[in-house]
Design a protein. Structure first.
Length: 203
């Protein structure tokens, strides 16, 4: 019996609708380690995301402990590459600052879209499926009492980041998910009324 089946049969965790409503982005987490079994549970949840033609176009790179240094080095390579003409001391300071970014959480999971060779699979839909896997992961983290933030931005798409994480041809990084036990109280959420974003077509 896998971790997800165990949780379903024992009634552990929270209702999915409750998880959706109460999940928040948690940008500050403690450095306390997260049990490997819990991390595997998050990956299992991600693996059950929907995908067109059931291509399951995702894979994950889990970084903990010194394993995060690979990401830190990638950050350090990307930033100086985009800034010419700065002095060597300033360059070193910048690299050290960038390296620290990988250490902001005890667990960092790189979510990768690894597109299928199925000729029916469109890249846009493969990316959407991998992104849905990330959302499953975020909800599962919340259900386990963890905080998480889905980080992206320009460095994620830089060729040097792809090289550092050894992405394969055609693969795309869709998110860097930082995970740990919360070290902050999230602000109250703000959502506009869904009725203002909905159009009904009825007979």
């Amino acid at each position: 019996m896998d971790l997800m089946q165990k949780e379903e049969t024992t009634g552990e965790g929270m209702n999915v609708l409750e998880a959706i409503r109460t999940r928040r982005t948690i940008g500050r987490v403690k450095q306390d380690p997260v049990d490997r079994g819990v991390i595997e549970s998050l990956l299992e949840a991600a693996n059950w995301a929907p995908s067109h033609f059931n291509t399951q176009p995702w894979r994950f790179i889990v970084m903990t402990g010194k394993g995060r240094e690979r990401l830190g080095e990638a950050y350090a390579q990307v930033s100086p590459a985009d800034r010419e003409g700065i002095s060597e001391p300033d360059m070193q300071e910048l690299r050290e600052k960038e390296m620290v970014k990988a250490m902001r959480a005890p667990v960092v999971i790189a979510a990768v879209c690894s597109p299928s060779d199925d000729p029916r699979a469109l890249m846009a839909e493969e990316l959407a499926a991998a992104q849905a896997a990330v959302q499953n992961m975020l909800l599962a983290a919340h259900a386990h009492g963890l905080g998480a933030i889905w980080r992206s931005g320009a460095p994620m798409y830089h060729p040097r980041m792809h090289e550092a994480l050894a992405l394969r041809e055609r693969e795309e990084l869709v998110g860097l998910v930082y995970i740990g036990y919360p070290d902050m109280t999230p602000p109250e959420p703000k959502r506009g009324p869904v009725a203002e974003k909905t159009e009904w077509l009825e007979g």
